[in-house]
Each structure stands twice: as structure tokens, then as C-alpha cells.
Ligand binder design. Structure first.
Ligand code: HCA
Ligand code: CU
Length: 411
């Protein structure tokens, strides 16, 4: 089979050219990620994460210098570290916060201001008019100090669309370099996100950012929908860490771009599992086993029929090879194992595999009633051994079939 097994799925997606080839990634592990319950990095950990994200190849790294003196110090050090990524100082739309950014030597700041009525009334306790006035003043203040800036319309997805448009136009006219349209509550469906972004994209030419929370598990889908509607950057975090249930995961986003949109970003995807492990080491939030791509289970194969197919061609049950994201392929041996695995096990134990004994072992594994007995990581050598064992079993059963045909022998 020479054709890519994913080809028909790609055809349904029909998404080549639908989003910009030079789509940008902003990683907010050091800002939004630190808002995840239980997460707090040390200064050194922040610097290490920043270096690794930079080496991975993200375009922007976000950190909030206003949280504490330690954060301010990390921000200042990162600005001077000579990273290729731009460092964005995330702060409130207030002159005193912008001053902190300036003190850190920032060239990019991101200032956030709520735009939904519920936030204006209950969080900030100000009118819409006051919100526009304050926001425009903050943008002008930052621009007058030579800063590049992103303005975040916090809770954009729950704001009155007329007011959101008014605010976006005012902020664009005031000179913002980018505008973020976050789904702060994770309340959007992909269609809704598409409509919202399209509405703003038709109104202003300022480049737009997607920042989608994952409260309904739709953060990746919504970010992609936003890109389809004209946004050009997506905010991610390692493992999707963030306030409450977090936002779009860096691994899922980069792989979705590659597989679903045929956009090959200039990033080191093979670092994804390592990045996930790093953050897991530094926080009490352990990467869930079932986490797509980087989780322990992402490339484990259990059902006998799956394993048998995997060893002939991994593409049978893998959307992309594990090494692409630095993960490993494993097979589970236990009550769901089939004859091929049992034969492989015999070979490992120094026995000569044959169909009859392999069947007995399979039966034995089932009668143990212990579920998964153990798992094996498949090295390249092991995989080729399994294929050999599998071919041998196939030959054996072919011979038996032929004999049966020739002599009417019963099996
Ligand atoms: C926050 C708000 C924010 C900002 C997003 C952004 C959100 O937690 O302070 O700057 O693009 O989700 O609205 O994270
Ligand atoms: Cu957020």
C-alpha cells in the first residue's frame, strides 16, 4: 500500500489553504499555565521552560510580571536572554502595570480588559463608556512609550456584539498591533467562534489572536474555527494547563495543524512529550494517561486484533507515528492478547513459536482474570521480530489450510 492511509480523511477535511501557512503560536504556560490550580514555577523553572519553548519554536512566550517580584525578575531575565521568541508581558490595561512592563525591558505587552456586561458590572464595576475610555488611554499610553501591544477583549464571547465591535474599532484606531478575542469561559461552539471572529475580522484589519478555554473540551476546535475565520495566532500551553480546565494544548494544536490542515510549522514536534514531562515534574498536575499524543496511553495498543494489525502496519491504528511527538509505541499483554502476541512472547522466552501453543497461551492469559498482565515498549528490533513471528504463524496456517484442502484433514 503506497497511498497514505489518512488520505480520505484529509479529503473530507478539505482544509488545505483554509488557514494561513504562517500561523503563529503564543505559548502561555508561564502565564495562563501558572493560573492552573496547584501550579507555581520557581524562577529557574520558568527560565528553563522558556528556553525549551524557544528551542521548540514558538513565536511568542507570555509571562505576567505583575504577579510577584519573582515573576517580574523572571520576566526581566527572559527579556535579556536572547531568545528567538518574542516575550510578551501580560498585564492589566492600566498605566502602573504598563510601567512594570517597561521596567522589565518589554518590547511587547498584552493588556487585558473585560468587555462583557457581567464583568463590567460585577468585576470592574464600571460602565461601557468608562471601559472604552480606560482601554483607549492605556493603549495610547503604551504606544507613546514605543511598545508593541496586544489588547485582550476579556470575555469577548459573552459581550454584546455591538459593544465588542465598538471596542475593537476604538482599540484598533488607538494603534493596537494585535487584538485577542478570548473565549474566557469556554462557552463557544466552533461555529459560534467562527462567526464571532469573522464579524470582527470584517470590521478591522488588526491581526487577531485566539485564546480558547477548555471548559467543554472544545478549546482546540474553537481555536481552529477562529483561524478559519481569519485569526492568525493561537494561544497554547504545555498540556493545556490554565485557569480551571485550561486551554488549547501545544501538542494537540501543532499536530492538528500538521494533520488536519497540512500546515508544517517550523517547530521541533519531537520535543512535545519531553515538554509535557518537564511540566509534569515541576507541578502536582500529572499528565493524564489519556492525554492526546503525549499521554502514556496515546500509543499503547491492547486489543489482540489491534496489536496484530499494528505490527504489520502501525498506521492501522496510529494517526501519526509516536516518534514524531517523542512518544513511544507499546503493546499490552494480558487477557485481550491474541495469538500473534502470544507467539511473540514465546519467542522472547526462548521457545519456538507455533500456532497450537500460542493458542494455549492466549487461552491461559484469559483464564488468569488479571486484566493487563504487563506491557512492552516496542523497539525497532522487537517490531521486526514480531513481524517474523507473525509471518511464520501465517505460513503455518497456510500449510495447514493446504493440507486440509488436499487431504480433507480436519483442523
Ligand atoms: C485572564 C484572562 C485571559 C486573557 C486572555 C488573553 C482570558 O485569565 O486573566 O490575554 O488573550 O481567558 O480571557 O486569560
Ligand atoms: Cu485565559
Amino acid at each position: 500500500m503506497t497511498q497514505d492511509p489518512n488520505i480520505f480523511a484529509y479529503r473530507y477535511n478539505n482544509s488545505e489553504g483554509v488557514i494561513p501557512k504562517d500561523v503563529k503560536i503564543l505559548d502561555s504556560t508561564l502565564r495562563e499555565g501558572e493560573q492552573a490550580p496547584g501550579v507555581s514555577f520557581t524562577h529557574r523553572q520558568r527560565l528553563q521552560i522558556a528556553w525549551m519553548l524557544d528551542y521548540f519554536g514558538v513565536d511568542f512566550i507570555e509571562i505576567s510580571p505583575i504577579v510577584s517580584e519573582s515573576h517580574e525578575e523572571s520576566c526581566r531575565t527572559m527579556m535579556k536572554a536572547g531568545l528567538s521568541a518574542d516575550i510578551v508581558a501580560h498585564l492589566r490595561a492600566l498605566p502602573q502595570d504598563i510601567d512594570v512592563g517597561l521596567k522589565c525591558g518589554a518590547s511587547w505587552v498584552a493588556m487585558y480588559h473585560s468587555v462583557s456586561d457581567v464583568h463590567l458590572q460585577y468585576k470592574l464595576r464600571i460602565s461601557r463608556e468608562k471601559a472604552v475610555e480606560r482601554a483607549v488611554e492605556a493603549v495610547e499610553y503604551a504606544k507613546s512609550h514605543g511598545l508593541k501591544l496586544r489588547f485582550t477583549m476579556e470575555d469577548a464571547s459573552r459581550a454584546d456584539p455591538e459593544f465588542l465591535k465598538e471596542m475593537c474599532v476604538a482599540i484598533a484606531n488607538a494603534g493596537a498591533d494585535r487584538i485577542s478575542l478570548p473565549d474566557t469561559l469556554g462557552i463557544m461552539a466552533p461555529r459560534g467562534m467562527y462567526n464571532l471572529v469573522k464579524m470582527i475580522h470584517e470590521k478591522i484589519s488588526t491581526p487577531l489572536d485566539m485564546h480558547c478555554h477548555n471548559d467543554l473540551g472544545l478549546s482546540l476546535a474553537n481555536a481552529l474555527a477562529g483561524l478559519e475565520a481569519g485569526a492568525t495566532m493561537v494561544h497554547t500551553t504545555i498540556d493545556g494547563l490554565g485557569e480551571r480546565t485550561g486551554l488549547t494544548s501545544l501538542a494537540e494544536f501543532t499536530m492538528a495543524l500538521k494533520l488536519l490542515y497540512q500546515v508544517n510549522l517550523d517547530v521541533r514536534m519531537e520535543m512535545l512529550r519531553e515538554l509535557s514531562e518537564l511540566v509534569s515534574t515541576y507541578t502536582p498536575v500529572k499528565t493524564p494517561m489519556s492525554k492526546p499524543l503525549v499521554g502514556d496511553n496515546a500509543y499503547k495498543h491492547k486489543a489482540g486484533t489491534h496489536v496484530a494489525a499494528i505490527i504489520r502496519n502501525p498506521a492501522a491504528y496510529e494517526l501519526a507515528p509516536p516518534h514524531l511527538v517523542g512518544n513511544h509505541r507499546r503493546i499490552i499483554i494480558g487477557e485481550l492478547a491474541g495469538k500473534t502476541e502470544a507467539a511473540f512472547l514465546m519467542k522472547l522466552l526462548g521457545l519456538t513459536p507455533n500456532s497450537e501453543d500460542a493458542a494455549k497461551i492466549t487461552k491461559g492469559l484469559k483464564s488468569l482474570r488479571t486484566g493487563d498482565l504487563f506491557e512492552l515498549e516496542l523497539s525497532k528490533e522487537m517490531e521486526s521480530e514480531i513481524v517474523q513471528v507473525d509471518e511464520r504463524l501465517n505460513r503455518e496456517s497456510e500449510t495447514l489450510d493446504n493440507k486440509a484442502k488436499e487431504g480433507g484433514e480436519k483442523r
